[in-house]
Design a protein around this ligand. Structure first.
Ligand code: CU
Length: 108
């Protein structure tokens, strides 16, 4: 009984943390026209501390960036917008992507 209780408490403590760890967000960016543009955006995004190392993938052709964030909240999204703006571009939208365990259903 005691062991069961410990497990239950541990699960309750860990569950909310897991929900916030390493979420992927899809950042729609407007204004990028060449490799130098996407490189600038990538550099600014990589400088953010709430983003995973090697967790930035800017796709020029798709006008977006896929970013792994340590904690996805309003402050993080504002920081992402500020970084893109600092590079000289605008964020059109930020979408939270489905966890990797679920198959992606987006087609665009
Ligand atoms: Cu350019």
């Amino acid at each position: 009984m005691k062991a069961f209780l410990k497990t239950a408490v541990l699960a309750l403590v860990l569950a909310p943390m897991a929900a916030f760890a390493n979420e992927e967000v899809d950042v729609k960016i407007t204004g990028m026209t060449c490799g130098a543009c996407s490189a600038k955006v990538e550099k600014e995004l990589k400088a953010l501390k709430m983003i995973e190392k090697d967790g930035v993938k800017v796709e020029l052709a798709g006008n977006h960036a896929i970013i792994k964030v340590k904690k996805n909240d309003k402050a993080t999204q504002d920081a992402i917008k500020a970084a893109v703006k600092k590079a000289g571009y605008e964020v059109a939208a930020i979408e939270v992507m489905k966890p990797a365990t679920e198959p992606a259903t987006k087609t665009n």
